[in-house]
Design a protein around this ligand. Sequence first.
Ligand code: SF4
Ligand code: SF4
Length: 185
Amino acid sequence: MTDAPATAHQQDQVAADTINNTTMGNNTTMGNNTTMGDGSIPLCPHQGCGFKCCTFQQGNFIVLHPGELDAAKASGAGTDHLELLENYHGGHKVVCRAADTANCDGGYKPLDCASYPFFPTVNEATGVVEGTLKGAKCPLTTAIANFHRLWVEDQWRRLADTNAEVKPWLAKVALVGYETVDRPD
Ligand code: SF4
Ligand code: SF4
């Protein structure tokens, strides 16, 4: 997502992919330290944020990587809640008009949304996709949500392995409302 974050990770949202990663040893329970298959973070309902990452104010948008929108439509997932703003470096820039943000109106949840509050960049020296950006307005800290950052990295690395357009696209994406965060590992 991108920009003034606009992403979401609520319970029961439709998934973009399905991989669970669990980090042990944090100061929360194991269940809370597990990213759900759709990118939902169990800690979110306890942050008092009002799920503001699904709220679109002027300037907020979601980015869809090259091929993502076509793949979503081909899968049969609903995309009517995603309003196209413009084509964006081979992908798309959209805003969400879902009436029920708890489940994306039963439709497709973009990987940008599933990744929030993190977003990937490509390390210029190594070419490795890393989760080095974090939405500033999200109350989750990088330390607490590091398990999700690792999940995000895994999702985007797998995607980049199968879609050659992803890394060049990531290098062109300009986000608003994000800050660079250290990688603790
Ligand atoms: S804690 Fe962050 S990611 Fe979770 S719902 Fe709130 S703003 Fe979104
Ligand atoms: S697509 Fe789903 S997760 Fe993304 S902003 Fe809309 S309701 Fe929230």
